[in-house]
Design a protein around this ligand. Structure first.
Ligand code: AP5
Length: 220
């Protein structure tokens, strides 16, 4: 039988490097990257009713209400591409009620990755973060500078990259409750090193998991 695809969650404070690691993970493992923040920003950009409401909360660094987020994420997780290739869920669940909603739908990950980054580094990362609106790629003025002057000239800053303290508070209020639900599946990665070193640790956990899945699928 074909081994089951990987189902991975990644969590961490704002600017801890989730998006950066997700880019490396999807490149190697072909998982469907589902980022709650990206789905919400797409709604905001589309100007939908949900988008307008979501923006009010995002600007304050608060969690967007569950009635907007939960179905949006669930629907994306259950699409055929995510089911066939496996998924990498980024920035969800962010509260115990969001985790419980997934459990109620029978959705549980193989692994829960927690990026643990000290607060002073988070601030430095968020201040230097830039986004290429054309390719969607994340840069950092110091740690991941743009490759060309043309890209440098078009880089933008995210509208919520200002009230950093508030977003950290929101994160700290919720993280323990989510961790408790996935305790037995969690690996904690010290996230203050270079991105390739962090990825090497994640890569070894994921390849180990894939091996296990292959072994169980051939033994049945
Ligand atoms: P979301 O988009 O998820 O934002 P976030 O959690 O604040 O995370 P970020 O995207 O800011 O950071 P990241 O960890 O991806 O870091 P990155 O790789 O860019 O959510 C935004 C908002 O949407 C929330 O505030 C909330 O309102 C709402 N929302 C989202 N999910 C929700 C949910 N489930 N429920 C309700 N509301 C929800 O890295 C940061 C910078 O550091 C970059 O410049 C990068 O180049 C650099 N960098 C990365 N890694 C390294 C490294 N190892 N060394 C040096 N620099 C590095």
């Amino acid at each position: 039988a074909k081994p089951e695809p990987l189902r991975i969650m990644i969590s961490g404070a704002p600017a801890s490097g989730k998006g950066t690691q997700c880019e490396l993970i999807t490149k190697k493992y072909g998982l469907v990257h589902i980022a709650a923040g990206d789905l919400l920003r797409a709604e905001v950009a589309a100007g939908s009713e949900n988008g307008k409401r979501a923006k009010e909360f995002m600007e304050k660094g608060q969690l967007v209400p569950n009635e907007i987020v939960v179905m949006m994420v669930k629907e994306r997780l259950l699409r055929p591409d995510s089911q066939a290739s496996g998924w990498l869920l980024d920035g969800y669940p962010r509260s115990s009620s969001q985790a419980t909603a997934l459990e109620d739908f029978g959705i549980r990950p193989d692994l829960f990755i927690l990026l643990d980054v000290p607060e002073d580094i988070l601030v430095e990362r968020v201040v230097g973060r830039r986004l290429d609106p054309v390719t969607g790629k994340i840069y950092h003025l110091k740690y991941a500078p743009p490759e060309t002057d043309e890209i440098a000239a078009r880089l933008t800053q995210r509208f919520d990259d200002t009230e950093e303290k508030l977003r950290l508070q929101t994160h700290h209020q919720n993280v323990e409750a989510v961790l408790a639900i996935y305790e037995d599946l969690t690996i904690k990665i010290k996230g203050d090193g270079p991105k390739d070193e962090l990825f090497a640790q994640i890569d070894s956990a994921l390849s180990g998991l894939l091996e296990q899945k292959k072994a169980t699928s051939t033994s049945v």
